[in-house]
Design a protein around this ligand. Structure first.
Ligand code: SF4
Ligand code: SF4
Length: 230
């Protein structure tokens, strides 16, 4: 429905023109001075800022950063096991489902473990990635996540956006009680380490939550509230 605008006659003050110009300049100056002196409020949650001081809702990025929402799909990471090796068993399911075909994997076998495979090469071209999250959903080992809360950093070269297994393998380790290397043991893991990993293992979550990582100390929501408290 169109707005109904009043179509009244101009009064004498409006017809004189200059009083209206001066009033307009006054409004602009008031806004300018208010934003100039009170504009840089630090609260990254722009809606929580004191609106009586400033209507300024901009963020001085990158000095100020807004935490991404809990379900944000950030940069990928390869989830490590407690012994520092990747949880990935190089099954190619993420590479197969990836609609952008930006995951490249080369599988290898641990020399000290005849059963387990691992990715000798695991490369993601973050520039081709369409951030759909299918790789995370498809992974049967919870070995790849997008819970870093980061976006791809800017770079001058295309090659810098191609992340290999060394850059991708990061973040807190994860162990589940049904991990095969924990259930049957592995020659590549010492008995003491195996004991420790078994003690830390959690049941595999049946339902994904917005805190998908379910890793203590690695919560995007905790990061958001921490940033808010600053
Ligand atoms: S998020 Fe989507 S496009 Fe990006 S690597 Fe995963 S499956 Fe491929
Ligand atoms: S990240 Fe997951 S889906 Fe991809 S190859 Fe490794 S185990 Fe398979």
């Amino acid at each position: 429905m169109p707005y109904q605008l009043p179509d009244s006659e101009l009064n004498l003050r409006e017809r004189l023109y200059f009083p209206e110009v001066i009033q307009g300049v006054g409004i602009i100056m008031k806004q300018f001075l208010r934003n100039f002196f009170f504009g840089r409020q630090k609260d990254p949650d722009v809606l929580a800022r004191d609106r009586s001081l400033s209507q300024n809702a901009t963020i001085a990025y990158p000095e100020e950063r807004v935490p991404y929402p809990p379900a944000y799909r950030g940069l990928h990471r390869l989830v490590p096991r407690e012994d520092g090796r990747p949880r990935c068993v190089a099954c190619y399911m993420c590479a197969t489902i990836c609609p952008a075909q930006c995951i490249y994997i080369e599988a290898g076998e641990y020399p000290d473990d005849p059963i387990e495979k691992y990715p000798v090469k695991f490369v993601i071209d973050e520039l081709r990635c369409v951030v759909c999250g299918f790789c995370v959903e498809a992974c049967p080992k919870d070995a790849i996540r997008m819970d870093t809360g980061e976006h791809a950093p800017p770079s001058y070269t295309r090659a810098a956006q191609v992340w290999d297994e060394k850059r991708l393998l990061r973040g807190p380790p994860v162990s589940y009680q049904n991990d095969p290397w924990l259930r049957r043991g592995s020659p590549s893991i010492s008995p003491e380490k195996l004991q420790e990993m078994r003690a830390r293992a959690k049941p595999f979550p049946l339902n994904a939550t917005d805190e998908y990582a379910q890793t203590p100390g690695f919560s995007v929501r905790a990061l958001a509230s921490e940033a808010k408290g600053k």
